[in-house]
Design a protein around this ligand. Structure first.
Ligand code: C2O
Ligand code: CU
Length: 463
């Protein structure tokens, strides 16, 4: 897909057209709403690159195609695995049926090379979500298997453009190829994860969004990187945050124009463009004291309107907002330990206590409650409807982006905000509070893909 087409997918009805399916909205197995094919391919990151970069892609696109589905209605997505290794697709943040969650070995069998899997998604909540491989995610995501998924509101707010901003972080060699020798590097795994050296927005370096003065934009920002948390500076004074992790919030102005996105997090912005024709507004990534321009809002010569739209920008509440968190919770402690410069001496792996040295030898560097890697027994088992407070203590020297599958939670770090992924600073403590109301077996893990691979994951069961 060309850039403009990708960005313009925001308008209704395009989904069916792009796919060549004749407007199918109510699908059965024979006519899916969407076909998603994972395959090896090539992508051009650098303009004058002799050889395009070898990647893994969905539907020949980096990032994967924008998938738009309606709320509270089933959409059928036929996934085909044309890779030469097994895969699966996780729908990050969607509160859907457990069997559709895409976790091999827990909610489904791995999708073997050449095989298909039919995902049926019936999400109750509208919003900005994403999808990615959940099989060897540390490698398949780093090679490109991720994309954005939008669940449309029944009545979306009026905007002139509905734009997607999927920011990714790649580790490229000078040749432009993905650096592969460090896949599985225990140094990365025990430190910050696989942090890259090349930032893209919607698969491109220095993406340009053509805009007009006075327009109202909706900008859906998604951090699809393996491990890099990003501070993004929006240089538009009339910017408001309207949703976080897909869920509406009371609109507010980001402090100093900066939005922080940990891996997996999303932020929906509404921007009333307030400069004059010809202006360029950079969107910048802040790394320590330097601002790197990673995308640009490029004003053309037109003036769309003199005064900003008067319509409200507040999004309609999702069904999730009816969830009442009680005063009393079942408290489940979750102690994070390990990593470089940490104090973890030993942890259990597959039921055996191993020293840190032995853990590292087995590809493990982190532990939840003294257990490295997926335990056989769940962290907790509860009856549907139980209120859980996951009392997290980050006793490591590293930040972690904690993600709970199939549920949204609140924390005292951001009162009243529903998240599915929350960044814990080093040595931070906070609770993730939610009602376990979705039956099945669900993962809890750090979304820094290398941390998950080297120990930071567990699970719970709702019956
Ligand atoms: Cu977005 Cu288990 O992950
Ligand atoms: Cu982590």
């Amino acid at each position: 897909m060309r850039r403009r087409q990708f960005l313009q997918l925001g308008t209704g009805g395009v989904l069916a057209g792009v796919l060549g399916f004749p407007g199918a909205t109510r699908a059965n197995t024979n006519s899916p709403d969407f076909r998603l094919v994972a395959a090896n391919g090539q992508h051009r990151f650098l303009d004058q690159q002799a050889e395009p970069t070898g990647v893994m892609r969905y539907n020949d696109s980096i990032p994967g195609p924008l998938i738009r589905i309606p709320r509270a209605r089933e959409s059928v997505i036929l996934f085909h695995n044309a890779l030469d290794e097994s895969s699966s697709v996780h729908w990050h943040g969607l509160r859907i049926e457990n069997a559709m969650d895409g976790v091999p070995g827990m909610t489904q069998d791995p999708v073997l090379p050449g095989d298909d899997f039919i995902y049926r998604l019936n999400p109750p909540d509208a919003g900005t979500y994403w999808y990615h491989s959940h099989s060897r995610a540390w490698q398949q995501m780093a090679l490109g298997l991720a994309g954005v998924l939008i669940v449309d509101e029944d009545e979306p707010p009026r905007v002139d453009q509905d734009l997607v901003f999927a920011v990714d972080d790649w580790r490229l060699q000078r040749s432009g190829q993905i650096e592969r020798a460090s896949f599985g590097s225990m140094h990365d795994w025990s430190h910050a994860g696989r942090v890259g050296n090349f930032i893209t927005v919607n698969g491109q370096r220095e993406l340009v969004y053509p805009v007009s003065a006075g327009e109202r934009l909706r900008l859906r920002m998604v951090n699809i990187a393996n491990a890099r948390s990003m501070q993004l500076l929006i240089n538009e004074p009339e910017t408001q945050v309207v949703a976080l992790d897909g869920q509406p919030v009371k609109p507010f102005r980001p402090e100093a124009g900066i939005v922080l996105l940990a891996p997996g997090q999303r932020c929906d912005l509404i921007i009333d463009l307030s400069f004059t024709p010809g202006h360029r507004s950079p969107i910048e990534l802040l790394i320590r004291d330097t601002a790197y321009e990673i995308a640009t809002l490029q004003y053309d010569e037109r003036v769309k309107r003199e005064n900003p739209l008067a319509d409200s920008i507040e999004l309609a509440a999702n069904p999730l907002a009816r969830t009442a968190l009680p005063d009393r919770f079942r408290h489940v402690p979750l102690l994070m330990e390990g990593g470089a410069m940490g104090s973890l001496r030993s942890a259990s792996l597959d039921g055996k206590i191993l020293s840190m040295r032995e853990l590292v030898h087995n590809g493990m560097a982190w532990a939840f409650n003294g257990v490295a890697g997926l335990p056989e027994e769940p962290l907790f088992r509860v009856a549907r409807g139980s209120a859980i407070s996951l009392d997290v203590e980050n006793a490591t020297r590293w930040p972690h982006a904690m993600h709970i599958h199939g549920h949204h939670f609140q924390s005292d770090l951001e009162p009243g905000v529903w998240r599915d992924t929350l960044l814990f600073a080093r040595e931070q403590k906070s609770s993730m509070r939610f009602v376990a109301d979705n039956p099945g077996r669900w993962l809890i893990h750090c979304h820094m893909a290398e941390h998950m691979a080297s120990g930071m994951l567990t699970w719970f069961e709702v019956s």
